[in-house]
Design a protein around this ligand. Structure first.
Ligand code: SF4
Length: 177
């Protein structure tokens, strides 16, 4: 992939941060999966979430099967970060940017494996609930946490605190290639 060309495009996007890392640098942990299982209402509801995405070990194996990873982050200020509705409203913008970056990589002939922020909402009713395969695997992005990834160390080592500011929402995507 022509990284210089990609960098030139990335510089035009509303990204707070982007950086390249080795997938080996990421922390995979069952603790994150435990939170999915015990605290997320989307657990078991879509192919983009556990257990549909597979075990943490198999997710890790998939991610480590790639040589490189591009991390992108956006931040958005909201009036009240404890207002879940308001916070979630900022997510589609990040997803749009993620799709733009994915398409930039595709234009270079690279098909990235994308993790983003979604418990996928592409279909009104996820095929997972009916035991059917995903309808749009080329569009669907499991969320970073679904793979047991604790993204905080990778962000902190790049000077970005996950809780960047009192009412600032941070969204992160990983594009493995
Ligand atoms: S694209 Fe549709 S079937 Fe696939 S994970 Fe998303 S909601 Fe489910």
């Amino acid at each position: 992939m022509n990284r210089e060309l990609l960098d030139a495009h990335l510089a035009q996007l509303p990204l707070y941060l982007y950086d390249y890392l080795s997938p080996e640098e990421l922390e995979f942990t069952g603790r994150v999966r435990w939170i999915c299982e015990n605290e997320c209402p989307m657990y078991g509801k879509t192919w983009a979430c556990p257990p549909g995405v597979g075990s943490v070990d198999s997710c890790k194996k998939t991610c480590l099967g790639y040589e490189n990873c591009l991390l992108i982050a956006t931040i958005t200020e909201v009036d009240d970060i404890s207002n879940v509705e308001e916070t979630l409203e900022t997510r589609p913008e990040h997803e749009n940017v993620t799709n733009v970056v994915r398409d930039l990589m595709r234009e270079q002939g690279v098909e990235p494996y994308v993790l983003s922020t979604e418990a996928c909402q592409l279909c009104d009713r996820c095929a997972y609930l009916d035991g059917q395969p995903c309808r749009f695997p080329e569009k669907m992005h499991p969320c970073v946490e679904s793979h047991g990834i604790n993204i905080i160390p990778a962000l902190e080592s790049r000077g970005l605190d996950f809780q960047y500011g009192e009412n600032v929402v941070t969204w992160v995507s990983l594009l493995f290639y």
